[in-house]
Design a protein around this ligand. Sequence first.
Ligand code: GDD
Length: 334
Amino acid sequence: MKKKAFITGITGQDGSYLTELLLAKGYEVHGSVRRTSSLERSRLAHLYADPEVYNQSLFLHYADLDDPTTLRRVLSRVQPSELYHLAGQSHVGLSFEIPETTCEFTAMGTLRLLEILRDLPEPPRFFHATSSEIFGRPAQSPQTEDTPIAPINPYGCAKAFATQMVRVYRESHGLFAVNGILYNHESPRRGENFVTRKICHAAAAIKLGRQRELVLGDTSALRDWGHARDYVRGMWLALDQETADDYVFATGKLHSVQQVIEAAFAAVDLDWSGYVKFDRHFLRPSEPLHLLGDATKARTRLGWSPGIPFQELIKEMTIAELNQLTRTDPKGAA
Ligand code: GDD
């Protein structure tokens, strides 16, 4: 019998990489998709178009975190042995504009899911994709699983609530529930309003003469950036254990937004300095500080380590943008 996994947020960056990983491992993969008029499935398009995969080993279900009845019905029918919870409003800047929506999906959505699992006769192993943003401006750097939770933005607060709830359901209700404390992880499939993708896209578009400038907020901000493909491997490893626990997934290396700019423009052989502009519109009311992860526990217990270095990641993203832009309008290529 094939193992069955269920993924919330299957159409996102991490969901699509995780789907590929699980299919390669022989799983039957199910995922929930939101009922919207324009269904965003482009990251899964290659699997969706494959008749040997779609509706054979990959199944999509209409269900949403704000519709627990449907979610309960779908999960009762599918009976997965593993559930990867990746869905939620994941943009930190946006969470200042839409704090209620952020909490509704990211915090309450997770609690609703935990409540459903608690009632299932055989609850699946549960992976919750939480965030380094739960730490805010930590006194300790790098951070571990024991660093105090002290978020400083609505997104971090929502994730903090969900993270603690996962711990409560693990300890009080005996669920096999894991928090993966994920630091920034990027790829060519990253959403366009995250800074790495925005920069890599702009560098490629400027190279092809299709964009004049790149407008950014705080370019001195530092992050611990890894590759999403490495992080989904960590998710799977975290559930493939005897017991449930929390794990930090991070590279342990800091880079600035400025270094992303330099790496991306270098990948297309351009000098960035004439193109990058500042706009305070992209500044956030507060910035986390020293978000650097210590993944020792994931390394020693799970055998996990990030394989793809920063420079390679940014180069891969920029070249992917260049290829994509050239494909969509070959005549515009310079
Ligand atoms: N998005 C964006 N757009 N960020 C900008 C810009 C801009 O124009 N200019 C500067 N930045 C800075 C942000 O202020 C932030 O300091 C940094 O670039 C990274 O921003 P994002 O790429 O939006 O990611 P994030 O760090 O806020 O959040 C991501 O990582 C978290 C894990 O640490 C998201 O993926 C979260 O969902 C995730 O939990």
